[in-house]
Write a protein that binds this ligand. Sequence first.
Ligand code: 5RP
Length: 252
Amino acid sequence: MEAGLLSPSSSSHPSLILTQDDLKKIAAYKAVEYVESGMVLGLGTGSTAKHAVARIGELIQQGKLKDIVGIPTSKMTHEQALSVGIPLSDLDSYPVVDLAIDGADEVDPYLNLVKGRGGSLLREKMVEGACKKFVVIVDESKLVNHIGGSGLALPVEVIQFCWKFTASKLQKMFEESGCEAKLRTFGEKKEPFVTDNKNYIIDLYFKKSIGDLKVASDAILNLAGVVEHGMFLDMATTVIIAGELGLTVKNK
Ligand code: 5RP
């Protein structure tokens, strides 16, 4: 075990209480064990993925990983990856990605995901859709029985043009699920949150199940004005879950 990385089992020691961030770091470090020299890597976004990016940079600096090319999934990850010395490129130059590592907001028992509460779902879906292996890293709070049913948001990226129209169409589409569609805002002035792609995000909140996920996915994507949504169905190949009792690795 590397210095600075706690083992979940060490939580049995009375003086060591693992924080949620410790768990994220443990999952991230485990995922980085899948990385080999020469790989093209999808670099995820968020408070869990940032530990993986930092660790990859550290291993490159130590000479333990060589000839890595990183494909970042957001401007934020681009900045972080550069700061830790990961050489970067994009899907235009590397259309096939060997391995992507990213966090998730929800993971169901079939390894379907909700992503995008950090706002980077479009680039994440492009990069992670192009990879041979997609390793998802989460702490156990992200596990759900049904995605979209946790009472938290299902993000949908929409173009700014007539976003209210698009939001009302989305709400109507899931009327029977008690859907509420809200524009994502930030700050005291409640300014619209603008994605890296200059779009807005409509967060969908459901009171009841959204039913068949594939049907829901297709319906959302069919609506003009929608760019992408945060359901990542059948994309994860491995999910690494860090919990108080240890690490669990689930493979597709
Ligand atoms: C960003 C994402 C993140 O991966 C997701 O929100 C999880 O973030 P965190 O690791 O901070 O909990 O999809 O668009």
